[in-house]
Unconditional design. Structure first.
Length: 276
């Protein structure tokens, strides 16, 4: 079955997906990450600069059976060795060199490779820090105060036929995409909504899921602390509140978040999150 069908099926079942983004230039070697690569639901591979080789994908495959999707920052990051390619359009870009030229340059190669290409609308949102995407594309992020523009951009992406919409606060973001934005956008989309950037705690992940994200991407945080991905997976797996609809009792949801922070996070991490 095609990966996009798996993603759509997960959305229909209200099953949330956790993705680990690995950057071949910066990430710990796959062999060193070992079992950690088997914990998330999917692996995204890519970065704003640098290339991605068949050899790197092979190293990942040796460690995980999770689907591997290319999340390219430029055309040099394409390799048919992956399971699928996120054929993304930076929707708030304003120059053709970013909007369409990379797609034209790699289109024939993608088609001839036979790889599953998943069209995705990518929206750069201000995360309070200049991201590598912003530096590489010279694209101005949309301020988080401008919810209407973010919403209109996401709707435009869906109307253009994008199968996924990604709200990105950028690697190393000081503030993730707000819950108000996630909730507003998710209420107007029928396609899966991905959220990433600045999500550095299990609580932040759960908050994004409960606001309406179908998929949460974590990455930059784990370049230095790869072992902490286990905390995120535990929180996601035990989060009954993710299956509770909008009519759920708010006290129950808040109670779960509190107990998640106390019970699921190892004590060193807990002390750090609590500021002690």
């Amino acid at each position: 079955m095609a990966i996009i069908h798996d993603i759509l099926s997960a959305k229909q079942q209200s099953r949330k997906l956790l993705v680990l983004l690995v950057d071949p230039e910066k990430q710990v070697a796959p062999a060193d990450m070992g079992r950690l690569l088997r914990l998330p639901d999917m692996i995204f591979v890519g970065g704003s600069t640098g290339a991605c080789s068949d050899a790197y994908i092979s190293q990942l495959r040796a460690e995980t059976d999770r689907p591997i999707l290319l999340f390219p920052g430029n055309i040099t990051q394409f390799t048919p060795a992956a399971d699928a390619l996120l054929f993304l359009t930076l929707l708030n870009a304003r120059i053709p060199e970013v909007l369409v030229m990379p797609h034209i340059q790699v289109a024939k190669q993608v088609l001839q490779s036979g790889i599953e290409a998943i069209s995705m609308g990518y929206i750069l949102v201000d995360g309070g820090h200049q991201s590598s995407v912003e530096r590489a594309t010279h694209c101005t992020p949309i301020p988080q105060s401008d919810t209407d523009t973010i919403l209109s951009t996401a709707i435009a992406g869906q109307l253009m036929g994008k199968k996924l919409i990604y709200l990105e606060a950028g690697s190393g973001a000081h503030m993730p995409v707000s819950t108000d934005i996630i909730h507003t956008v998710s209420q107007h989309l029928s396609v899966p909504l991905i959220v990433g950037g600045g999500i550095c705690t299990p609580e932040a992940m759960i908050t994004a899921f409960e606001a309406g994200a179908d998929i949460v991407v974590i990455g930059n945080h784990f370049e230095q602390k790869p072992d902490e991905i286990a905390d995120f997976v535990k929180a996601k797996g035990l989060s009954r509140s993710l299956l509770i609809g909008e009519r759920a009792d708010q006290a129950l949801r808040q109670s779960y978040l509190f107990h998640c922070s106390l019970l699921l996070i190892p004590s060193p991490a807990l002390r750090r999150y609590r500021g002690s």
